[in-house]
Ligand binder design. Structure first.
Ligand SMILES: Cc1cc2nc3c(=O)[nH]c(=O)nc-3n(C[C@H](O)[C@H](O)[C@H](O)COP(=O)(O)OP(=O)(O)OC[C@H]3O[C@@H](n4cnc5c(N)ncnc54)[C@H](O)[C@@H]3O)c2cc1C
Length: 264
């Protein structure tokens, strides 16, 4: 290899980024456990899926960087790759855990929607709930609803990423709601949709975790804080770009709503 090779630099940067996200997830979930939290199953599942996928990608790229040498036994990496492969299978296959992540999140949204359905059965007794919900949805539909602003909580360098994260959380919520309205209980069998919801949940959660860690490093003025800020910013940029666009499922919701409430 001679001179500057951007292709390899990018691979190394991506490996460092995946490692940083994975480590941040481990700190977050173990920190929560240490402070006595008991409801960490969702975060643990996301961490396992992400860590095992990331480890596989990193070692695969490490082999690629070494070229033919990386493939040979002598480099030691092919053994690491083989050993790592099982992590995506045992302790719950990543595929099953992804369904778990999606369905656990949906359960919460589902209970909220059930409450609303009950309210519609006796509208006079629940006018407040119905109007607040209708207002919230109408605001969203015309773009008036603004997502929670979490940017004051992060380092100034990460505020644009935090604003984008808030927008994605909101878009994700709408997508989940639209999915539930469309499929109801049958959503448990919609693995194609569930898989996509899980990917979005993982992207949103991992971004929140790295924004938190890098902001802490900046607040404590740790020597590596500038590097952490760059890693977190790069991850937020990449992960949030994959979260479903705001209107992906809203059309499904609108169609269903019109058919249900305005049928002739
Ligand atoms: C080296 C090794 C060590 C192990 N150690 C232990 C251990 O200590 N304790 C223990 O309890 N187990 C252990 N296991 C077993 C391991 O947990 C299982 O292999 C793993 O849970 C996957 O189950 P399975 O092999 O039956 O695959 P299957 O259940 O047959 O799955 C095959 C594929 O289908 C997918 N799939 C299965 N069901 C569904 C579904 N409903 N919807 C969508 N996709 C689905 C899976 O994700 C997977 O991709 C070990 C396995 C190995 C190889």
């Amino acid at each position: 290899m001679v001179g500057r090779v951007d292709n390899i630099t990018e691979k190394l940067a991506r490996m460092a980024m995946l490692q940083y996200v994975t480590e941040s997830l481990a700190y977050m979930v173990s920190g929560n456990m240490d402070t006595g939290a008991r409801d960490y199953h969702l975060e643990a599942a996301i961490s396992k899926v992400f860590a095992s996928d990331a480890a596989w990608a990193v070692v695969d790229e490490a082999i690629q960087v070494l070229g033919g040498m990386g493939f040979m036994k002598g480099a030691g990496l092919e053994r690491v790759l083989r050993d790592l492969r099982i992590f995506r299978i045992f302790e719950g296959t990543n595929d099953i855990l992804r369904l778990f992540v999606a369905l656990t999140g949906i359960q919460f949204a589902g209970s909220h929607l059930q409450e609303l359905q009950r309210a519609f059965k006796n509208p006079t007794a629940h006018l407040g709930l119905i109007f607040s919900e209708a207002g919230r949805r109408a605001g969203r539909a015309v773009g008036l609803h603004s997502p929670a602003d979490i940017s004051p909580l992060v380092a100034p360098e990460l505020r644009p990423a935090a604003r984008e994260l808030a927008r994605c959380v909101d878009a994700f919520g709408q997508t989940v709601e639209g999915t539930l309205v469309r499929y109801g209980r049958a959503v448990v069998d919609e693995q194609f949709v569930l898989n996509r919801l899980a990917s979005a949940a993982i992207d949103v959660y991992t971004t929140a975790v790295v924004l938190s860690r890098a902001s802490r490093a900046a607040r404590l003025q740790l020597p590596h804080a500038p590097h952490e800020l760059r890693l977190a910013e790069a991850w937020a940029h990449e992960a949030l770009a994959r979260v479903p666009p705001r209107n992906l499922f809203i059309q499904i919701f609108v169609d269903h709503f019109l058919k249900t409430h305005f049928k002739q």
